[in-house]
Design a protein around this ligand. Structure first.
Ligand SMILES: Nc1nc2c(ncn2[C@@H]2O[C@H](COP(=O)(O)OP(=O)(O)OP(=O)(O)O)[C@@H](O)[C@H]2O)c(=O)[nH]1
Ligand SMILES: [Mg+2]
Length: 487
């Protein structure tokens, strides 16, 4: 192959499976390296991601439980047991030729909408779950109309978000709670949803050019109707889910065996550690049998698969850390999604009132807290109040609120947490700090200021007021990615 192959042209080939898009986009050299690796020793991939999306209490967790259970039924789920962030599972359906699903069950509450998007990956089948409006809730025709309008808006948003992030994604619609409505009502609502999908697909095909793989909505948007508690419709759904997965471009994709070994090793490590550094990751790459010239290729491959998140530019053993020193994105490879969600919660789901109360007697910290809340700017000495810290007076005083904030860990390392926010484009160091490496010319410590827009929304009115009063709030932030965040 080496001697005879002169050129690999991957442009405009929307159904290209080998090399996969994340490798092809890196150019001829990376593509050739990948192809050589496949030729040397590869394996057909049987693992597909299955991602359950949809509004809160639509029945996502119940659909999954019913799909995985022998009798096709889910137990009743209590309101207190709603999904926090994302739940991860492995599902191996019977008699499915080795098909294995890595399942992500997304929490549907609005608070998670911003963060779930970071886990949308290409090699996934999406189950878009919605609930039929129960008959008991229907009072007037107007209420039904409002419900259906909201439902359609949710479905359009998801279809668009998916196509924007992972063009050509496969989606299957599931309607739950059919036991709580009349048959005719179920039929009508399903028809409304189907028409909404049809319109969305038509709009997309008019807007997009032919070099983008179109969204693949199974059964042209007709929903599978299920009763998760009794199990009605679950067997048919299970068969269709397996069939849809096997109809995906990524089913049986040939992947270099050392890459799959590395994936397994990383997943094993993620059970005990939320992240690792470049040195250790490179050691793992080597141990898995991936050659040194393939580091960039294998890293972007695992990033695209959602196994790791790496936002650096050029991974080296002794990272020179050209950008923000200790908060650098260059030296950390994130491997545990649950830890990542905890980091996101630190800026999006925090109990800010508790922080204000805690610093009532401390004018300096109180001022910094207000700056954080009103402007979304976090001073370096405030980082420790964003995420749980062992041995901290503040966090010890928030035992209850820690739970209500939904953190799963009692300690999160601030350096890596800030690095993740920066990698995901959720935080930026302000330009004023950009030229410094953490030390001023006199060797005095300089404090970083982190602009974190995710904090602002609930306080938007105060933010507007603050902006009115000052003209010095404009900031210019410029970012460059070689691996764009999968989210
Ligand atoms: N009657 C009936 N109840 C259902 C059905 N499916 C789910 N439920 C119930 O509806 C409620 C919400 O279901 P979940 O599976 O927790 O919904 P979810 O989409 O995972 O919710 P979040 O985790 O908050 O996003 C629970 O009380 C379930 O037991 C169904 O088909 N029929
Ligand atoms: Mg759930």
């Amino acid at each position: 192959m080496e001697s005879s192959l002169k050129k690999v042209k991957c442009d405009s080939c929307v159904r290209l499976q080998l090399p996969p898009p994340e490798i092809a986009s890196q150019g001829g050299e990376a593509s050739l390296t990948y192809l050589k690796s496949v030729k040397k020793d590869s394996e057909a991939n049987k693992r597909i991601n299955l991602i359950l999306i949809g509004n809160g209490e639509a029945g996502k967790t119940s659909v999954l439980e019913a799909l995985r259970s022998k009798d096709g039924r889910a137990g009743k789920i209590d309101v207190d047991n709603r999904t926090i962030g994302i739940d991860l599972h492995r599902w191996e359906p019977e008699d499915a030729d080795g098909l294995t699903f890595d399942v992500m069950d997304f929490g549907g509450q609005q608070i998670y909408a911003k963060t779930n998007q970071y886990f949308i990956v290409r090699r996934a089948l999406y189950l878009l779950v919605w609930s039929v409006m129960p008959l008991s809730d229907i009072q007037t025709d107007t209420e039904v109309g409002t419900y259906v309008d909201k439902l359609k808006a949710m479905i359009s948003t998801w279809l668009r978000a998916m196509q924007a992030r992972v063009p050509g994604a496969s989606v299957l619609l599931v309607a739950t709670h059919i036991d709580l409505a009349e048959q005719l009502e179920v039929k009508d609502q399903c028809e409304e949803v189907r028409r909404c999908v049809e319109q969305e697909l038509k709009k997309m095909s008019e807007e997009e050019d032919e070099n983008i793989l179109p969204l693949r909505v199974i059964r042209e948007g007709a929903s599978f109707t299920v009763d998760c508690l009794k199990g009605d419709g679950i067997k048919g759904l299970r068969d269709s889910v397996c069939m849809a997965a096997k109809g995906m471009l990524w089913w049986n994709e040939t992947i270099p065996r050392p890459y799959l070994t590395l994936r397994k090793d990383v997943e094993q490590l993620a059970k005990t550690k939320p992240y690792t550094n470049a040195k250790h990751f490179l050691w793992m790459v080597n141990k898995a049998g991936v050659s040194t010239n393939e580091v960039k290729v294998v890293t972007s491959f695992l990033h695209d698969m959602g196994v790791i998140k790496y936002f650096g530019h050029d991974m080296k053993e002794n990272q020179a850390q050209p950008d923000k020193g200790k908060y650098s994105i260059e030296d950390t490879i994130f491997i545990d999604p649950i830890w990542m969600i905890d980091v996101f919660k630190g800026v999006m789901r925090h109990d800010w009132q508790h922080l204000l109360n805690f610093f009532r007697q401390d004018p300096s910290k109180s001022k910094k807290t207000k700056k954080l809340l009103h402007l979304g700017i976090v001073d370096e000495d405030m980082f420790e109040y964003l995420w749980p810290q062992e041995g901290s007076d503040f966090w010890e005083s928030t035992n209850n609120t820690l739970l209500s904030s939904g953190f799963t860990r009692t300690h999160l390392n601030v350096q890596q947490a800030v690095a993740l926010l920066r990698g995901c484009d959720l935080a930026h160091f302000l330009a004023a700090s950009e030229t410094s490496d953490g030390e001023t010319s006199e060797g005095k410590h300089k404090e970083w200021e982190l602009l974190c827009p995710g904090i602002i929304p609930p306080f938007a009115h105060q933010h507007r007021l603050a902006v009115k009063e000052s003209h010095s709030l404009c900031v210019h932030v410029e970012c460059q990615y070689n691996i764009f965040p999968a989210g």
